[in-house]
Design a protein around this ligand. Structure first.
Ligand code: ZN
Length: 531
């Protein structure tokens, strides 16, 4: 009788701790790793030959936005093929739950720009949403965060003001419920309305709830220099661990400190850590970011919600205000990446500068007209920075790798637009460019930043290391050939060199092909002190 369901034979084990690789066979039984050592192949039901290959923990993406696309894309194609076995969703203040009846329509509008396909909206509470995800099935594990924006819209709609004490208490209750139902923390996106309308105190109060339940605070900070100080202050006052989201764009995108990240970003983080404030970051390995087109319009124009915004964009007066406020915006570095409107599809892949030239109007008019045509939908890619900053930040021990992308696929309904290549290439790109070519990171350190580090950030301690007893989330890749193929012009391409991916003991990618298996789990926060 076989003792193992699967044995990965003869590979170099990079175990996820940062330790140097060692040679060992890895035996899997059921969902777990049963042995790391020498294993007789005759004891295995299935053998994967990993001679010359690296065997490492599957990668965990601490900053992902697949909340919407995982429903239609349960096979998680563009991630599983990167070797990613776990996604943290609900980032930047956008989670799909909780929903309030009172502001249901507002919530749908809030999420509208991100919907590539229809979603069922057949849940209300955070727990119900997790159940829907679970029933839907997934090839990858999911770690959910509750989004501040969702909570604020559920209670206050798109009001641009401080909450009343009554509203504040309702928000605290919604966050508390979500934490009890399995959320791993609260996320914010303080550049996005209506989240941008909140003052620090409001977030501190919600983070105190999160801290009581052993969660973390993940933040897409305000885009001013002081955004980092605010994030640290929230950590200090609420006693909550802070995760700075996509620190490359959040800090590297600030012109005054480009080329000076050591002093301007890493030093304050180190200082906070010395004081005992638990601050860490994630970064994606690109100098361009991506978001929804409507977010290019400054926050205050969004007051009252999407319909009000679109109404305002028709006014000449508003447009001339916009020209003033958006003076200096780099339209030539702003690429339209997805247009949910058949009549304007040909704009995908063009910069707003090009579009304005073709249409013979100013970039602001081109932007406003596009938003009106798409009812506020669509996404863009923006080149914000320099690679030197990415490298400086990426090297720091407290910085892990995240993608800030979402599930796409090279065929089917999720083969749409020209999404940021990070959706397909983040993890192979780190291994190719920053490990192999530029030697910015050692292989073992890169794997640590992509596996055990993000998982331990969320207090998930039974995954992310190749060790007996751990869940068998494993990737087998070729360190010499692994590379990204996705580009800004031609993004829908899977990487090369990721050969086998195992999730909870089940092969999901075998010899570079998806098996169709959906063994992923929806993980729930069980570290609550109050349970
Ligand atoms: Zn963000």
């Amino acid at each position: 009788m076989e003792s193992y369901d699967l044995v990965i034979k003869g590979g170099r084990v990079v175990d996820g701790t940062g330790n140097p690789w060692f040679k060992a066979d890895v035996g899997v039984k059921g969902e777990r790793i049963a042995c790391v050592g020498r294993i007789d192949s005759s004891k295995a039901r299935e053998v994967i030959d990993a001679e010359g290959l690296v065997v490492s923990p599957g990668f965990t993406d601490p900053h992902n936005h697949s909340d919407w696309t995982i429903m239609a894309g349960r096979t998680a194609e563009s991630y599983i093929r990167q070797g990613v076995t776990t996604l943290v969703i609900g980032n930047c203040g956008f989670s799909l739950a909780p929903i309030s009846e009172e502001h249901f329509e507002d919530l749908k509008k809030y999420h509208e720009p991100f919907l590539l396909t229809d979603i069922p909206w057949n849940w209300r509470s955070f727990g119900e949403f997790l159940k829907v995800l679970e029933d839907n099935g997934s090839s990858v594990n999911l770690i959910p965060l509750v989004g501040f924006g969702t909570v604020r819209v559920a209670v206050m709609g798109f009001e641009r003001r401080e909450p009343t004490e009554e509203e504040m208490k309702r928000m605290e209750r919604l966050v508390e419920e979500a934490m009890r139902e399995g959320a791993f923390g609260l996320s914010t996106g303080l550049v996005y309305p209506p989240q941008s309308y909140a003052k620090t105190e409001e977030i501190v109060r919600l983070c105190r709830v999160v801290a009581r339940y052993g969660g973390i605070y993940a933040t897409h900070m305000r885009s001013s220099l002081e955004g980092l100080d605010e994030a640290i202050e929230i950590g200090r006052r609420a006693g909550v661990p802070v995760q700075i989201s996509h620190v490359g764009s959040s800090r590297g995108g600030i012109k005054e400190i480009q080329g000076r990240q050591e002093e301007a970003t890493l030093k304050p983080i180190d200082k906070a850590r010395e004081e005992g404030i638990d601050v860490t970051c994630d970064i994606y390995p690109y100098t361009a970011g991506s978001s929804y087109i409507a977010s290019l319009i400054p926050s205050h124009f969004h007051e009252g919600g999407l319909e009000k915004l679109l109404e305002r964009l028709k006014s000449d007066e508003v447009r001339s205000e916009l020209r003033e406020e958006l003076r200096g915006w780099e339209w030539d570095k702003t690429l339209v990446s997805y247009v949910p409107d058949e009549r304007n599809k040909e704009l995908e892949g063009k910069t707003l500068e090009e579009i304005s030239r073709i249409q013979g109007k100013s970039p602001v008019d081109a932007l406003c007209d596009l938003l009106i045509a798409t009812q506020g939908g669509g996404t863009y890619v923006k080149f914000w920075g320099i690679e030197e900053d990415v490298i400086t930040l990426m090297r720091h021990r407290a910085v892990m790798i995240g993608s800030d992308g979402w599930v796409h696929a090279a065929s089917g309904v999720l083969h749409v637009g020209k999404p940021h290549p990070r959706c397909y290439g983040t993890y192979p790109r780190v291994l190719q460019r920053y490990v192999r070519e530029l030697k910015v990171l050692e292989l073992e350190e890169a794997v640590r930043k992509m596996s055990s580090q993000p998982l331990s950030r969320f207090r998930i301690l039974d995954r992310g290391i190749i060790r007996e007893g751990m869940y068998a989330d494993i990737v087998v890749f070729d360190p010499k050939s692994v590379r990204e193929l996705s580009t800004y012009e031609d993004p829908h391409r899977y990487p090369e060199g990721i050969l086998h991916v195992i999730v909870n003991g089940v092969p999901v990618v075998r010899d570079g092909e998806h098996t169709g298996a959906t063994p992923g789990k929806v993980l729930r926060n069980v570290n609550s002190m109050e349970r």
